[in-house]
Design a protein around this ligand. Structure first.
Ligand code: PAF
Length: 280
């Protein structure tokens, strides 16, 4: 059985007793799926204690975004976490994390600007604020993050570097459904008909990559992929190529460099993101 804490005081008291042990953290917003399962599986053998945090963080949602309807599934989250070997769950209330008068915000100002940063201006500042807070509370040696949220991963990596933090990051590959759709808690919003169409996002990523590798110019491959998604009823926010890890714009491919090909598109009311990372 995992221990479940809801208060900072209880979590800190627990943390003081783990002296000498290696602690890992898996930060989540709950509504766990198999992708979260792989985060736990990846970190479990590398640490003595695994802490999973379940907290839907209001600071990373814009005023017209889906904070209120974001799926919440505490009971089944606890079961999944326990079945994968989580030792400790931290599931605080809103007031516990952001008590009345809370007035601090932590912002990475470079990698957080392109891609999702253009369309969700408060998103990454909200993430770095809560993740830094969770890191301070749990004092982890290792932190697992999924590469489906690749930009989040590189923003947190930069925050860690900039603030000389000693936590190490454990990147975990995206987990996909059999038809290629990247797993996400937001997939629960898709209607049956949208669910059928959603794997096109991953197909267009692969298609664009194949075309670039075959010599098509980057601009053209990106704009054709975007047009193709839009032609199939998606509203594409971006289809972009960036260098890794700095997320600078890339408009040609150079040998031995690492790239992130990333997309965000609405299908009905559901915002889907996905990406491919590759070396040229
Ligand atoms: O990736 C997520 O689920 C969230 O952005 C995180 C890292 C838990 C912060 O709220």
């Amino acid at each position: 059985m995992a221990e479940v804490f809801a208060t900072v005081k209880d979590l800190k008291a627990w943390r003081r007793k783990q002296d000498g042990l290696r602690v890992g953290i898996v930060p989540t917003m709950g509504a766990l799926h198999a992708g979260h399962g792989t985060l736990i599986e990846a970190i479990r053998p590398k640490v003595d204690r695994v802490v999973m945090t379940l907290f839907v963080n209001p600071k990373q949602f814009g005023p017209s975004e889906d904070f209120d309807r974001y799926p919440r599934a505490f009971e089944s989250d606890v079961k999944l976490a326990e079945s994968k070997g989580v030792d400790t769950i931290f599931a605080p209330s809103l007031e516990e994390i952001y008590p009345e008068g809370f007035s601090t915000r932590v912002e990475e100002q470079d990698r957080s600007k392109p891609l999702c940063g253009i369309f969700r201006p408060v998103f990454f500042g909200g993430i770095t604020t809560v993740v830094l807070k969770l890191f301070h509370l749990v004092e982890p040696h290792l932190a697992a993050f999924g590469k489906k949220d690749a930009q989040q991963y590189y923003v947190i990596q930069k925050m860690i570097e900039d603030l000389h933090m000693s936590v190490e990051l454990l990147p975990v590959e995206t987990v996909r459904e059999a038809d290629g759709l990247a797993m996400s808690s937001r997939n629960a919003y898709l209607s049956a008909e949208e669910r059928e169409r959603a794997p096109r996002v991953y197909r267009e990523l692969n298609h664009a990559l194949d075309r670039m590798r075959a010599g098509m110019g980057v601009e053209r491959a990106l704009s054709e992929a975007k047009m193709e998604l839009d032609r199939h009823g998606f509203k594409t926010q971006y289809f972009d190529l960036r260098t890794v890890p700095d997320l600078s714009e890339a408009r040609s491919l150079e040998h031995s460099r690492h790239y992130l090909l990333a997309v965000a598109a609405y299908l009905g009311a559901t915002r889907l993101i996905d990406n491919l990372e590759f070396e040229f």
